[in-house]
Design a protein around this ligand. Structure first.
Ligand SMILES: NC(=O)c1ccc[n+]([C@@H]2O[C@H](COP(=O)([O-])OP(=O)(O)OC[C@H]3O[C@@H](n4cnc5c(N)ncnc54)[C@H](OP(=O)(O)O)[C@@H]3O)[C@@H](O)[C@H]2O)c1
Length: 267
């Protein structure tokens, strides 16, 4: 495929050909596009490619009624997630997940640890300064706040090592499209959203998700108040449900992994 970067488009091909190397364009192009999907999206739109990953029980829960979520998916699924984390530029969670799970947001594959940018969407700067996201030896921790966040709390987060991004609001929440645009500007080409249900709902509602990955564990936890994978108001008509395309389903350990693209993917 031709490099879609407007700065170089076609020039590489010309150079290879002028060096006497025979070139063919378009062979297995669909697969090449998939391989380069994050790069293509970033270079053509300035925005990162967004994957929404969730681990749910068979009854759609992402935690029990007490908020406990360790572990829903099996070890094999968690290994897949760590490999995925190792391939993205940033991992994004809502402050709810930080307050309850206190995740490190690192990628651990075998003994190798890598450090994608850790992003917390936190309108009012409620992230504790002692959170594990600040205790990592490498990598940037971004806390995205709205203009309503108290200055004193922002200062404490900066002292803890956070890079603060101030993001406007839309529909009563931080605007995720604006946050992603800001991340795109600091060269984040791909983002993995790792829940919880509120961020997932906002991201899907705002149409910023390109790809969805649901690890479905053969477990049932029940409970009306237990968080589900996509919260928010939801839709009223089934005909309006978000239909995924290019869907694949496979077994990972004892879980099922359902992957698909949303219609916002425009490659
Ligand atoms: N199974 C899984 O895959 C998985 C993954 C992650 C978490 N979890 C579980 O999910 C539970 C936490 O759920 P949660 O829904 O509270 O977590 P969340 O979605 O990570 O965080 C929600 C919070 O994020 C903030 N936020 C910032 N921008 C937002 C936006 N545009 N839209 C919505 N919220 C925004 C809001 O607080 P402010 O208004 O203060 O900004 C909101 O209360 C925990 O029990 C955790 O264990 C499960």
């Amino acid at each position: 495929m031709v490099d879609p970067n407007p700065k170089v488009a076609g020039k590489g091909l010309v150079e290879i050909e002028s060096a006497g190397i025979e070139t063919h364009v378009g062979i297995l192009e669909e697969r090449a596009r998939k391989l380069n999907e994050a790069y293509i999206k970033h270079v053509t739109t300035g925005k990162p490619f967004v994957t929404l990953k969730l681990a749910t029980t068979l009854d759609g829960k992402i935690a029990t009624r007490t908020g406990d979520s360790k572990w829903i998916s099996c070890e094999a699924s968690r290994r897949v997630v760590h490999r995925l984390r190792g391939r993205v530029d940033a991992i994004l969670v809502g402050v709810g997940t930080v307050l309850i799970d206190d995740p490190e947001l690192t990628a651990r594959v075998g003994r190798r640890v890598t450090y994608p940018v850790r992003v917390v969407a936190d309108s009012l700067a409620r992230t504790p300064a002692g959170a594990k996201v600040f205790a990592q030896p490498q990598g940037l921790t971004v806390v995205a706040v709205t203009p309503r966040a108290p200055v004193e709390k922002i200062r404490k987060l900066e002292e803890a090592g956070a890079r603060i991004l101030t993001v406007g609001e839309a529909d009563g929440h931080m605007s995720l499209p604006e946050l992603l645009e800001q991340l795109g500007r600091i060269n984040v080409t791909s983002v993995l959203i790792e829940g919880g249900g509120r961020i997932a709902a906002s991201a899907l509602g705002a149409g910023v998700v390109d790809k969805v990955m649901f690890f479905i564990a053969p477990k049932i936890v029940g409970g009306e108040s237990a968080r589900t994978s996509v919260e928010g108001p939801g839709i009223s008509k089934m005909a309006d449900a978000l239909q995924l395309r290019e869907v694949t389903v496979r077994n990972v350990g004892c879980d099922l992994l359902v992957e698909g693209y949303t219609c916002s993917r425009d490659l």
